[in-house]
Design a protein. Structure first.
Ligand SMILES: [Fe+2]
Ligand SMILES: [Fe+2]
Length: 221
């Protein structure tokens, strides 16, 4: 049986929010992180008990792709937009929480750098590495730290940051998240739209549908 995960996101009415809803995008990314962590946990147990096979190689590749590309972008979203929104807070507990979350990012990234070479082997042909005790320990800390971290962000940080942000800062956050993910492609699409409709015209429904479809295919959460 395969190890892949494609289950819907519990608790989210729209599993594919657009860049116009940046905090929904952050929550969707948390859901994908949780799924990837559960997959990583099943993967290490499966290899430990049964060794490598095609399913474990595929699962290792999925986990690798997620934490290589999407997780760093997500940390950057928070460090560029969410944490700074709380910098002026006079709530010392909140300030301490933000400092702790920032330190968590550094620790999670260090853990990932230690776990990644093992996953590269597991995703390779033929995989060789068993699950060393230190790998069990690192994966367990990686998951536990991520789960605690995301729960704190969802309960205390995202709602407070959202309350501190105005329409302009939310719009800048959306644009920056989109630019860092789809880069020049988004600029080309926007340029074409401006050329077709003029800088002050609003997007037509057909263009909006087309653009969203395109961005959804290109999206890396
Ligand atoms: Fe974070
Ligand atoms: Fe987060």
């Amino acid at each position: 049986m395969g190890l892949g995960v494609t289950t819907p996101l519990p608790g989210f009415a729209d599993a594919s929010p657009t860049f116009a809803q940046p905090f929904d995008m952050l929550l969707a990314c948390h859901a994908r992180t949780r799924r990837s962590l559960h997959l990583l946990d099943r993967l290490r147990k499966r290899i430990d008990q049964h060794g490598h096979d095609a399913h474990t190689r595929e699962a290792a590749g999925d986990v690798l792709r997620y934490f290589r590309k999407a997780a760093p972008l997500h940390h950057e979203d928070e460090e560029r937009h969410v944490f700074p929104a709380l910098h002026d807070s006079t709530d010392s507990e909140l300030n301490l929480a933000v400092d702790g979350l920032q330190a968590d990012h550094a620790r999670l990234e260090a853990l990932w750098r230690a776990i990644e070479p093992v996953l590269r082997d597991w995703a390779g042909e033929p995989p060789q590495a068993p699950v060393e005790p230190v790998t069990h320990t690192r994966i367990a800390e990686f998951a536990q730290r991520y789960f605690t971290h995301m729960a704190l962000e969802e309960v205390a940080i995202f709602p407070t940051a959202l309350a501190h942000m105005n329409e302009q800062s939310l719009s800048a956050m959306s644009a920056d998240m989109e630019r860092r993910r789809v880069g020049p492609a988004a600029e080309i699409i926007k340029g074409a739209r401006r050329a077709a409709t003029g800088p002050n015209s609003s997007e037509t429904p057909a263009m909006r549908t087309s653009r969203r479809g395109y961005l959804r295919r290109r999206r890396v959460l």
